[in-house]
Design a protein around this ligand. Structure first.
Ligand code: PXP
Length: 237
């Protein structure tokens, strides 16, 4: 079974609703770790719509497990990451208008730029993961641009409307994981995973970590954050 990384972005989304100081995503990260999460994930978006620069600095100081910074490849954010030195950077595509990360990175389009950014991050001592769709053409290019880790985008699986579609998407993810392993890549997965749909993904042998945010933060409103994390750990790990 996989490890669990908890994405705490939406604690900051709630804070930003009043642009105040609570709830504090950094305190939330500590509670997630206390409950047993294996890493903490936060996305410093270019528009700073939830997590901000001070949050990532404080997370770097306080996270006791592993700090996985989700980020785009724009120079401003790459420079921040190189200074900050999280344990891991997960490179994602980013559009201003989207509600959340809609698709995986297109390595085919950004091959040269990605290779440069990955080299820069790795020279700063940061492990680099690429958030990509379960697509063989994309996975094949990951080692070429210098990545050793990928995170498979599970959004299309999570959004599938019928059992048939969901099974087809699951098969895609299983095949993508198997293929990535033949290339020596570490495989993680995430996006849209919740308490109802996580189990089949968690059972895929070869997936090392699941990164889950929204569903855990939503459940925490009713049961508390530590309980929400523990309940997900029971299903996902
Ligand atoms: N992994 C990556 C790379 C993401 O961009 C996100 C969303 O921020 C997640 C995992 C978590 O997705 P969700 O909030 O839908 O669980």
């Amino acid at each position: 079974m996989a490890k669990l990384g908890v994405n705490i972005d939406h604690v900051a989304t709630l804070r930003q609703a009043r642009k105040g100081v609570f709830p504090d995503p950094v305190s939330a990260a500590s509670l997630c770790e206390k409950a047993g999460s294996h890493s903490i994930v936060a996305h410093l978006r270019e528009d700073r719509r939830h997590i901000n620069d001070s949050d990532v600095k404080r997370l770097k100081k306080t996270v006791r497990t592993r700090f996985n910074l989700e980020m785009s490849i724009v120079p401003e954010i790459v420079e921040i990451a190189c200074r900050l030195k999280p344990h891991q950077a997960t490179l994602v595509p980013e559009k201003r208008q989207e509600l959340t990360t809609e698709g995986g990175l297109c390595i085919i389009t950004y091959k040269r730029r990605l290779a440069k950014v990955i080299e820069q991050l790795r020279k700063s001592g940061i492990d680099v993961s690429l958030f990509i769709d379960p697509d063989k053409r994309q996975i094949a290019l990951a080692p070429e641009v210098g990545a050793k880790i990928i995170e498979i985008h599970t959004g299309r699986y999570a959004e599938a409307k019928t059992k048939l579609h969901r099974e087809a998407r699951l098969t895609e993810i299983i095949k993508a994981t198997e293929y990535a392993q033949t290339l020596g890549l570490t495989v993680n997965a995430g996006h849209g995973l919740d308490y109802d749909n996580v189990k089949p993904i968690a059972r895929i042998s070869g997936i090392e970590e699941l990164n889950i945010g929204y569903s855990i933060i939503c459940r925490s409103i009713f049961v508390g954050l530590e309980a929400a994390v523990r309940q997900m750990l029971l299903l996902a790990t």
